[in-house]
Design a protein. Structure first.
Length: 165
């Protein structure tokens, strides 16, 4: 991370140390995620067991709908990450030309979402969830954005694990 961005991220993460309400924590995590990796929408899914997700927070209705569709249809980028233990992120440059997730993808395109980036929230021994960044333009997420998303995801996983315990 560049110096200024690192300072902003550290300052933004400070409230996580004192928040106790899950919704506040989830909202702060997504606020930090969007600050680090600019996008139009973002959503947070948490894992319950090996094959269950819960959509716990979204920045708006489009992200909420896209995440709930992943949960309900059991397909999408988070399911792909979960089924491939070595896969830390899924980047889709253009949902309109994507050929995976035949049930999920058309709904996301209809929501106006054209690109997305999903990253794991990993602890040492488990995946506790996913952050997905969504945008209305294709080809939004650069290599630098993917790298920043990994940093955000590690911090988010640490904060969420701290509050879970």
């Amino acid at each position: 991370m560049h110096g200024q961005l690192a300072r902003e991220f550290a300052e933004g993460a400070r409230p996580l140390l004192h928040q106790t309400e899950p919704k506040e924590i989830f909202a702060t995590v997504l606020s930090l995620a969007k600050a680090a990796v600019p996008c139009r929408h973002a959503g947070l899914l948490l894992c319950h067991g090996a094959n269950e997700f819960e959509s716990v927070q979204a920045t708006d209705l489009a992200a909420d709908e896209a995440d709930h569709l992943q949960v309900d249809l059991r397909q999408g980028p988070c399911w792909l990450c979960l089924s491939n233990s070595g896969l830390e992120a899924v980047l889709v440059d253009d949902t309109a030309s994507e050929d995976r997730w035949q049930a999920w993808r058309p709904h996301v395109v209809a929501l106006g979402i054209r690109s997305l980036l999903s990253t794991r929230l990993d602890t040492y021994d488990e995946t506790i969830g996913f952050i997905t960044w969504y945008d209305d333009s294709p080809h939004t997420f650069t290599t630098e954005a993917v790298n920043l998303a990994h940093v955000v995801s590690l911090q988010a996983a640490a904060a969420l694990t701290h509050h879970k315990n």
